[in-house]
Design a protein around this ligand. Structure first.
Ligand SMILES: C[S@@+](CC[C@H](N)C(=O)[O-])C[C@H]1O[C@@H](n2cnc3c(N)ncnc32)[C@H](O)[C@@H]1O
Length: 195
């Protein structure tokens, strides 16, 4: 799918979105205690921006980027209504740039572009935290993408971010009772070493 098709697909989804904003990502809600008291955060491929809103409501100044104008408009509207410090911008993360060694927190959920790993790590200031969550190849439901390019292999998230100190990782795959637990996605919190 080329960039323009991707943009149109997500614009349509977000324009037709009727439900309330999606829940904040599990990797953030379940690891909220790891967040610093505040600082700067970056939400990449933010969609409607649930993660950006969650972080801004907890005192972070947030930069949020997505290719979908409709997603960014909805996020910017909510941020304005609540007076939250979110800088939401339309951009293709494959082309646009963001500050390096700048963010206390970077969050990427349900988006996988392996060539961005270096730029994501570079965005973190020393000691900064990455919260990452996305779909795995071994997922047990139809939820999420079917294109294998967008699915993680076993342990891949750990390998991709091996320059970070792993503070949390979970990928249950199909072990045990697949009808229970947190299936379909892998979850990682990594911290950039101080030096
Ligand atoms: C599955 S949604 C996830 C949205 C959000 N992170 C979440 O978890 O709710 C994938 C998002 O990636 C965005 N996206 C896809 N390709 C992109 C690109 N090249 N640059 C920026 N955003 C992109 C889409 O517009 C969509 O909002």
């Amino acid at each position: 799918m080329d960039t323009e098709t991707t943009r149109r697909k997500w614009d349509r989804i977000y324009r037709e979105w009727k439900a309330p904003f999606p829940d904040v990502a599990t990797v953030l809600s379940q690891n909220e205690h790891l967040l610093p008291a505040g600082g700067r955060a970056l939400d990449l491929a933010c969609g409607l921006g649930s993660n950006a809103l969650f972080l801004a409501r907890r005192g972070f100044e947030v930069d949020a980027i997505d290719i979908s104008e409709a997603g960014i408009e909805a996020l910017a509207h909510t941020a304005r209504m609540e007076g939250l410090p979110i800088h939401a911008r339309v951009g293709d993360v494959m082309e646009c740039q963001w500050a390096t060694e700048h963010y206390d927190v970077v969050v990427v959920t349900r988006f996988l572009e392996r060539t961005l790993v270096r730029a994501i790590v570079d965005a973190l200031r020393p000691g900064g935290l990455l919260f990452y969550q996305t779909f795995v190849k071994s997922k047990s439901s139809d939820y999420g993408p079917s294109n294998p390019r967008f699915l993680l292999h076993d342990n891949e998230l750990i390998r991709l971010f091996d320059g970070l100190l792993i503070r949390y990782y979970r990928d249950e795959a199909r072990a045990g009772r697949p009808d229970a637990g947190q299936r379909d996605e892998a979850f990682l919190v990594g911290q950039r070493p101080e030096s």
